[in-house]
Design a binder for this molecule. Sequence first.
Ligand code: DON
Length: 587
Amino acid sequence: MPVPTHGAPRVLFASLSSPRIARAAILCAAFGALAGGVVAPAPALAKTAPPKPALDASAVAVPDRYGADTAQQIFAAGGNAVDAAVAIAFTLAVTRPDAGNIGGGGFMTLFMDGKPYFLDYRERAPQQANRDMYLDDKGNLVAGMSVVGHRAVGVPGTVEGMWEAQQRFGKLKWTQVLAPAIRYATDGFAVDPSLQQRRDAAVKSFTGKTNFDAYFSGLKAGATFRQPELAQTLTRIAGDGGREFYEGRTADQIAQQMYGHGLVTKQDLIQYKAVWRQPLSADWNGYRVITAPPPSSGGIGLIQMLKMKADLKAAFDGVELNSAPYIHLIAQIEDRVFADRQRYLGDPDAYKVLADKLIDDAYLAQRAGEVKPDEVPGATPVKVGLGDAMPEKAQTTHFSVVDKWGNAVSNTYTLNGDFGAGVVVDGGGFLLNDAMDDFVTKQGSESAGGVSGAEVNTVAPGRRPLSSMTPTLLLKDNKVALVIGTPGGSRILTTIFQVMTNLYDFNMAPADALAAMRFHHQLLPQKTIYFEPFHPVTGELAEQLKAMGYTLEEQSFNGDVQMIRVEGATPEPAADPRGVGVGRVIR
Ligand code: DON
């Protein structure tokens, strides 16, 4: 059936050269090497001879056990941190269809051969998108349109991101890193009860609106879930390279799925490119923080929080972790972080984003100076640009990898909401994102000054929506000391901040740093402190905060941190006890 391309010129897929049979042979070889724990010797597979190991083991922290098993196979085959990361990303695209993805996008922070890198494979707005596309003719937001269904979908970046990273830094063949994912899609995997729960929660918003049910009704706890169409898609991508997704049959399937319903065209896919950006970096506590630059707001926010807290050392002196006065001080820091976010941050390719100014020591010292231990919450307004028009959803996933050569990958990627827009590419078997909802979908109140927040994150063709994803590394003496990240929308940066503070200001062990109570505050709604069911806040602490003027609200989700600390020769992975993740040392 001919595939409509919305009038775009048909561009032939340049690298569709390897015959299918040869491809199948490569894949079979890769399967043979990776299946059943029988591993081919590294020298035959590696592109270059490995340098002398810096650590006595590799390690991963991943949100499910399948990702850990995949990493183990890849390391056994001689792969490095990037090979493992790319293989994990494709595996989670199969075993975590709510969050892992090939139909979404994300960020990867890397440390390779002694140098930091950052890869932006965030989704982009399609060329036909415009700032009012979610409004009705009276200028009101059409409920749900940026969240569910075809018009919520941005141009996906994950496959391009994985291809770029693996081509640049991987040691194994592309087919090898795809093989575990193809196996899970073909043979199936046992569904975790938590995945069924997320499916059950999401299905209500999709039923009758998208084809979600037809593909995912089989996600039942304990059942084996097979995805033959996805297996075919991954097999094509394995055989033909990452551009297949953007220029080959998969691109045609996406364009077909969108035709008449959504805005993403084949031309949008052809034009998609991942971008290598300069990572954001700052000195903190004797470490170098390497983190996500715009279009993430997370790296800026994280550095702002870390530095303001350090500037306020005197105010924090003797203040107990997670006590009411502690939460009050952090909430005031967070007010300022989120005010800057709303006012200044968006796609750096569309606007000059003042990242350096926002993490400048003198600026942060001045902002920290506005924080007052005895201030009544909300008494002094913190300037904001956009009111509360920054909705964020609850599903994304993060994994961390360190290899024995001292390389590291911190990767967060997302469909945005649980199961994205709920739209499955027919024939392709994968879900598409609803990342368009990370734009400001309705013009807010006027900006408070400088670059207007209302402008800087509005929908425009080709623009990347502002994100909070914050894959982060810490270096000590130019060696990896920590790899960390989490899902959680705007909670991402405040969660990472809390775990880092637990580790380095309060000297907690990794497992304790993850298990400790977390809270979140983000300027708007004002005076609201969010808590999590994992660690409910009751009794005296709750009473003290209410007496100070805060409203307490329980939220169902506050992160799934996957991190690896490296202090000695053996990396220490740790998975958040809130999820079903796995930390594994791999020798
Ligand atoms: O890019 C962002 O900030 C959001 N799309 C991330 C959403 C998210 O983390 C939801 N996770 N729990």
